[in-house]
Write a protein that binds this ligand. Structure first.
Ligand SMILES: Cc1cc2nc3c(=O)[nH]c(=O)nc-3n(C[C@H](O)[C@H](O)[C@H](O)COP(=O)(O)O)c2cc1C
Length: 209
C-alpha cells in the first residue's frame, strides 16, 4: 500500500520544507510504482527565435544539483530552440495518480564527461540509433535510415565500445518555479506553487484550481 500524499495544504505538504525537490522525489517515486510505463516521461516546451512554441515528450534521465536531466540530438528542433532561447518548461502527468507537476526554468548543457558516462549505459541498439538518426531532419524513405543503421553497425560492431556521437548530449533544466497539482472531487483541485526568490530561497503558496 502506497503512502501517498493526499493533500497539498500549505502546512501539510512537507511541513516547513523549503525546497520543492523532496515533494517532487516523493511523487516521482510513487509514479514509478503506479504508472504502467514511462513514469519518467514528461513534456518539454521550447520556443524558437520567431516565438513559436513547440512541445514534445522526453524521458527524465536524472536529477542533479536541483536540475532535471534529459538527452537528445543536438541538431534537433528542440536543441536548436534551446540554443537560442534557454528558457523552457516541462510538465509531468501521472494519470494513475491524477497528478501533474509543471516546472519552469532555464537549461544548460551537461558536461562532456557526464554525457559520455550516460551514453555508455545505453544499450547497443540505442547507441547505434543515436549515430544513425538525423533527428528532426527530413527523410526521403525509411530505407535510408535502415542503411545508416547498418553502416554504423559495421563501423561499431556489437561488443565494441560505441563512442558518443558529437551531436548527441544532454541538457539540465534548472528550475525557478515548480507547481504541484493534485486532483480533487468536483474539480476542486489543489495547486501548490514554489517560486525561487531573489533572496535565494523557495517561497511556496497555494493557487486557486
Ligand atoms: C514517451 C516518449 C519519450 C521520448 N523520449 C525522448 C528522449 O528522451 N529524447 C529524445 O530526443 N526524444 C524522445 N522522444 C521523441 C521526442 O518526443 C521527439 O519526437 C524527438 O525528440 C524530436 O523532437 P524535436 O523535433 O522537437 O527535437 C520521446 C517520445 C516519447 C513519446
Amino acid at each position: 500500500m502506497l503512502n501517498t500524499t493526499n493533500s497539498l495544504g500549505l502546512n501539510e505538504a512537507f511541513g516547513n520544507e523549503v525546497s520543492p525537490m523532496p515533494l517532487f522525489e516523493t511523487w516521482f517515486a510513487e509514479a514509478k510504482e503506479t504508472e504502467i510505463n514511462d513514469p519518467n516521461a514528461f513534456a518539454l516546451a521550447t520556443v524558437d527565435v520567431s516565438g513559436q512554441p513547440s512541445v514534445r515528450m522526453l524521458l527524465l534521465k536524472g536529477i542533479k544539483e536541483k536540475g532535471f536531466i534529459f538527452y537528445t540530438n543536438m541538431n534537433s528542433r528542440k536543441a536548436n530552440d534551446l540554443q537560442s532561447n534557454q528558457k523552457a518548461s516541462i510538465c509531468f502527468h501521472w494519470k494513475s495518480l491524477q497528478r501533474q507537476i509543471r516546472i519552469y526554468g532555464s537549461v544548460a548543457q551537461v558536461s562532456e564527461v557526464e554525457a559520455d558516462a550516460y551514453f555508455a549505459t545505453r544499450d547497443y541498439d540505442s547507441q547505434i540509433g543515436a549515430w544513425a538518426s538525423l533527428q528532426s531532419s527530413h527523410m526521403k524513405q525509411r530505407s535510408n535510415f535502415d542503411e545508416r543503421i547498418l553502416s554504423f553497425k559495421a563501423k561499431y560492431p556489437e561488443g565494441s565500445t560505441v563512442p558518443r556521437p558529437p551531436h548527441w548530449s544532454g541538457w539540465v533544466l534548472l528550475p525557478n518555479e515548480l507547481e504541484f497539482w493534485l486532483s480533487a472531487p468536483a474539480r476542486l483541485h489543489e495547486r501548490l506553487i514554489y517560486k525561487f526568490g531573489d533572496n535565494g530561497n523557495w517561497v511556496k503558496s497555494l493557487l486557486y484550481p
